[in-house]
Design a binder for this molecule. Structure first.
Ligand code: NAD
Ligand code: GLY
Length: 351
C-alpha cells in the first residue's frame, strides 16, 4: 500500500493499492469525532461494494446510514444534491460526523459538494471506484453539480479528509469506462515525462501507475489549489476535448474526447514549430494503444463554436496547454481570433 500525502488547505492522505477499502474503519475513526456516518453511493456501485463499506464502518463503531441515487451523470444535479443534504439533515448528522463517497466521479463530486454545504462543512472520505475518479476527481477537492446551463457550474473547493483508492475495485469496471480513465493516465504521462509516459501500456495500469498519476495530481494541487495557475496544466487536451465531446452530441465519451483533444493540440503545436512532429505522433500512438480515438470528422467551425463556449475562457483569450515535448508542456494564452488556426492545424490530416 502506498500513501500519498496531499498538503492542501486541509492536508490528507491518499492510500493507494489493492485492499485500501479495508482501511475504511480506522480511517473513518481518525476523520470523525462522532460515530455516525452516511455512505453515499449509486445504483451500480452500491450493490458491488456498499455492504463491505458499511460493515467496515459498523465494525469501527459507527452507526451507518446509506443514501443511494441513480447511477450516471444526469444525477449530478440540483435535485439529487437537495435530496442528499435533506437526508443528512433527516438523519441528524452533526459537524463531527462523517460522509463517505463510494463511487466514480459523479458520486465524488455530488457528495463532496453536499459535504461542503451541509452545516457549512462536514468531513468526507472519497472511495473512488473508477480509474478516472482514482487518478483525478477524488483528489484535489473540486466538488460540483451540473446546472442546466452547463457541467460543474455550481461547486466548491472542499478537500476530503482522506482518500482510499482501492485498485481492486477496478476489476468490475466495464472496459469502455476503464478506457476513458486511460486518457487521463496518458495525460499525466505527457505532463510528467518519460519516467511515466514510457511505462504506460494497457497491461501496466495498476496500483503503481495509479499512484504515479495521483502524485502528479498532488503536485498540481499543492502548487495551485484554487486553480489560478499550475493546476491548469491538468487541462491538457480538455479545452478542445470538451468542444469535441459537446459537438459530437456526447456520442464521444469524455475520455475519448480528451484523447482527440490532446492529439489536436499536439498536432497544432507541431505545425507551429512548438514541438517536434514525432512528439505529436508519439502521443497519438500511445492513445491508440489504449484503444482511444485520435481524429475527428467534426468541422473546425463546429469545434470552434463549442470551444468558445468553454467556461474556462477568460475574456478574449483561451489558455491552451501545449506540449513541447514529453514532460514539457506550457500554458499558452491564445487570442480567440487565433483559435481557428489552432483548430484547423489540429484537424489537418497527418503529413
Ligand atoms: P461515473 O461516476 O458516472 O462512473 C462511470 C460509470 O461507471 C457509472 O455508470 C458507474 O455506475 C460505473 N462504475 C463506477 N465504478 C464502478 C465499478 N467499480 N464497477 C462497475 N461499474 C462502476 O463517472 P466517472 O467517469 O467516474 O466520473 C465522471 C465525472 O467526474 C464527471 O461528472 C466529471 O465532471 C467529474 N470529474 C471531476 C473532477 C474533479 O476534479 N472533481 C475531475 C474529473 C472529472
Ligand atoms: N480535473 C482537473 C483538476 O482537478 O483541476
Amino acid at each position: 500500500m502506498k500513501t500519498i500525502h496531499v498538503q492542501a488547505s486541509r492536508a490528507y492522505d491518499v492510500a493507494v493499492g489493492g485492499g485500501a477499502l479495508n482501511l475504511l474503519g480506522e480511517t473513518a475513526r481518525r476523520a470523525a469525532r462522532s460515530r455516525t456516518a452516511m455512505v453515499v453511493s449509486e445504483t451500480t456501485v452500491f450493490p458491488l461494494y456498499g455492504a463491505k463499506a458499511a460493515a467496515a464502518l459498523e465494525q469501527a463503531g459507527f452507526t451507518v446510514y446509506t443514501h443511494i441515487f441513480p447511477a450516471g451523470e444526469p444525477s449530478k444535479n440540483g435535485a439529487e444534491f437537495l435530496s442528499l443534504v435533506n437526508d443528512l439533515a433527516a438523519r441528524r448528522l452533526t459537524r463531527s460526523d462523517l460522509v463517505v463517497a463510494l463511487g466514480g466521479g459523479v458520486t465524488g463530486d455530488l457528495t463532496g459538494f453536499a459535504a461542503a454545504c451541509y452545516l457549512r462543512g462536514v468531513a468526507y472520505i472519497q472511495i473512488p471506484t473508477t480509474l478516472l475518479a482514482m487518478v483525478d476527481s477524488s483528489v484535489g477537492g473540486k466538488t460540483a453539480i451540473d446546472l442546466p446551463a452547463g457541467k460543474n457550474l455550481c461547486g466548491a473547493f472542499y478537500q476530503p479528509a482522506a482518500v482510499l483508492c482501492d485498485t481492486d475495485l477496478l476489476e468490475t469496471l466495464p472496459a469502455e469506462i476503464f478506457r476513458d480513465g486511460c486518457a487521463e493516465v496518458v495525460k499525466y504521462g505527457v505532463l510528467a515525462g518519460r519516467d511515466l509516459f514510457d511505462r504506460l501500456t494497457p497491461e501496466s495500469i495498476g496500483a503503481g501507475i495509479v499512484a504515479a498519476c495521483i502524485n502528479e495530481k498532488r503536485k498540481a494541487v499543492e502548487a495551485d489549489e484554487f486553480d489560478n495557475g499550475a493546476r491548469q496544466f491538468l487541462n491538457l487536451g480538455h479545452t478542445l476535448g470538451h468542444a469535441v465531446e459537446k459537438e459530437s452530441g456526447f456520442a464521444l465519451s469524455h475520455g475519448q474526447a480528451v484523447s482527440v483533444g490532446m492529439v489536436l493540440i499536439a498536432k497544432a503545436a507541431a505545425k507551429f514549430g512548438l514541438c517536434a512532429p514525432e512528439t505529436a505522433r508519439e502521443i497519438a500512438a500511445k492513445l491508440q494503444a489504449f484503444g482511444l480515438p485520435v481524429t475527428t470528422d467534426l468541422a473546425p467551425d463546429a469545434i470552434l463554436a463549442a470551444a468558445l463556449g468553454d467556461k474556462k475562457r477568460r475574456g478574449d483569450s483561451v489558455t491552451l496547454v501545449v506540449p513541447r515535448a514529453i514532460g514539457d508542456c506550457i500554458l499558452q494564452p491564445v487570442a480567440v481570433s487565433e483559435l481557428p488556426q489552432w483548430i484547423e492545424a489540429g484537424v489537418e490530416p497527418w503529413t
